[in-house]
Write a protein that binds this ligand. Structure first.
Ligand SMILES: NC(=O)c1ccc[n+]([C@@H]2O[C@H](COP(=O)([O-])OP(=O)(O)OC[C@H]3O[C@@H](n4cnc5c(N)ncnc54)[C@H](OP(=O)(O)O)[C@@H]3O)[C@@H](O)[C@H]2O)c1
Length: 282
């Protein structure tokens, strides 16, 4: 199903039809990303990987990044094999010097950054909010919030100087609802939504749009605790109108929409992609 959705989206990159004289006419649609450079953090697997692959499929030159170079290289090789363009720059988003090197390296390699996808995040703590250690709280806020601010500070001004750019932050429905086990993570994801709104207000007048995607439960390593336990998965699916959890490709479509000119009138917003959980009738 996710594969089908991806194929359909790829088919919308170009309109290919015969005109009234029977000549073949090919025009690009607003999803086309040819000539655009995209940096996607945490793109060695999961949602980041699916997003990078889709952006590359839509024509973007993509920078693949995570803490480990090997898995990033595999993703980049796959993109190149499929006819796309990819470059690897490893980066731990918690380290300011590595974040600086990521944006400087992407700009040096491709000449600019047009699209920034702040996707990587951490969640080292499951449990009662008031029991969290300072160390765990600081780690969550540093990686999920402060690093996104760094990434934006390093890219948005160069986008604004060209009068165009798109930032997409991968937030979470955890930032929209309370949780008895991942409360601190939820605080960080709510902060991303707030950051996106304020940056949109500051920079959209200069042509830079900033938006969020808030996924529900997606089948990745990050959320393994929730979907590996069969009973827990059954409970979660029963509360989900679509009666299943999502796949990374199903978030990538929203990222591609926000990254592309298909969403040029959209800024400061959050698209919820959660199988209907947050709007379900109970
Ligand atoms: N899965 C869900 O249910 C779900 C739901 C809502 C929101 N989200 C959000 O979606 C985003 C992606 O999560 P995912 O589910 O796709 O996770 P995932 O499959 O575990 O992938 C995480 C990616 O981030 C990288 N990463 C982890 N820590 C990093 C760090 N400190 N610096 C740089 N890269 C790092 C990982 O590679 P390395 O290990 O090599 O660094 C990997 O590429 C996150 O922002 C998460 O909060 C996920």
């Amino acid at each position: 199903m996710a594969e089908h959705a991806r194929t359909c989206l790829a088919m919308t990159i170009v309109n290919d039809y015969a005109d009234n004289k029977g000549d073949r006419v090919v025009t690009k649609t607003s999803f086309d990303l040819t000539g655009q450079v995209a940096v996607i953090t945490g793109s060695s697997r999961g949602i980041g990987r699916a997003s990078a692959e889709l952006l590359a499929q839509l024509g973007a030159q993509v920078v693949i990044s995570s803490r480990k170079a090997g898995p990033c290289q595999e993703v980049a090789d796959g993109i190149r094999k499929a006819g796309g363009e990819a470059h690897v720059i490893p980066c731990n988003i918690s380290r300011r010097n590595e974040v600086e090197a990521l944006i400087a390296g992407a700009t040096e390699h491709y000449g600019k950054v047009d699209i920034l996808v702040c996707n990587a995040a951490v969640n080292p703590y499951y449990g009662a909010l008031l029991d969290i250690t300072n160390e765990a709280f600081d780690k969550i806020m540093g990686a999920n919030v402060k690093s996104n601010l760094w990434l934006c500070a390093l890219t948005i001004p160069q986008m604004a100087a060209r009068g165009k750019g798109s930032v997409v932050m991968v937030s979470s429905t955890g930032g929209l609802r309370g949780s008895t086990v991942i409360g601190a993570y939820g605080i960080s994801k709510a902060a991303d939504i707030a950051m996106c709104r304020s940056l949109a207000g500051e920079w959209s007048p200069k042509g830079v749009r900033v938006n969020c995607v808030a996924p529900g439960l997606i089948k990745t390593d990050f959320a393994r605790t929730f979907w590996e336990d069969e009973e827990c998965l059954k409970r979660l699916c029963a509360r989900t109108p679509l009666r299943r959890i999502g796949e990374p490709d199903e978030i990538a479509g929203a990222v591609a929409y926000l990254a592309s000119d298909a969403s040029t009138f959209m800024t400061g917003q959050t698209i919820i992609v959660d199988g209907g959980v947050t709007t379900a009738a109970i």
